[in-house]
Write a protein that binds this ligand. Structure first.
Ligand SMILES: [Zn+2]
Length: 139
């Protein structure tokens, strides 16, 4: 059972949810992002994210048009991570597509850039074996 704290950008309030690992994240539609996927390798009892992050995930997943395998999203600062821009600790960044082919990852990375939904997409030369996108452009 994970405690999930979600900043609700509409009400400016924090919301607390308790979810099993195999349940969908709060505000996720069609169970395209489970708690287990969101936590990745983190063993934190508490996870954080924002409503806008979850809504942007929903939109991006819909645009991509097929399932997105998630390696990691939330990480506490001392649990690793990469890059200076990483906001995994805030639960607003995703590392996905580890199990996809290079061509599929490139399609997703290009879509993440062209969709203009994310404020940062790591270039392929930095993260060739996954796709990192970060912080929605949504406020
Ligand atoms: Zn990342």
């Amino acid at each position: 059972m994970a405690k999930i704290i979600v900043f609700n950008n509409d009400s400016d309030r924090m919301e607390t949810y308790y979810r099993e690992e195999n349940q969908a994240m709060p505000y996720n539609t069609n169970r395209t992002l489970t708690v287990r996927e969101f936590r990745g390798s983190s063993n934190s009892p508490t996870l954080w994210t924002t409503k806008r992050t979850m809504q942007t995930w929903n939109s991006f997943r819909y645009l991509y048009g097929s399932s997105i395998p998630v390696g990691y999203a939330f990480k506490r600062p001392w649990e690793g991570g990469h890059g200076n821009q990483s906001q995994h600790y805030a639960g607003v960044a995703f590392d996905v597509g580890q199990r996809l082919t290079n061509a599929e990852r490139n399609r997703m990375r290009n879509l993440a850039i062209s969709s203009d939904m994310w404020s940062y997409v790591e270039p392929a030369y930095l993260t060739p074996t996954w796709v990192h996108f970060d912080k929605c452009r949504c406020n």
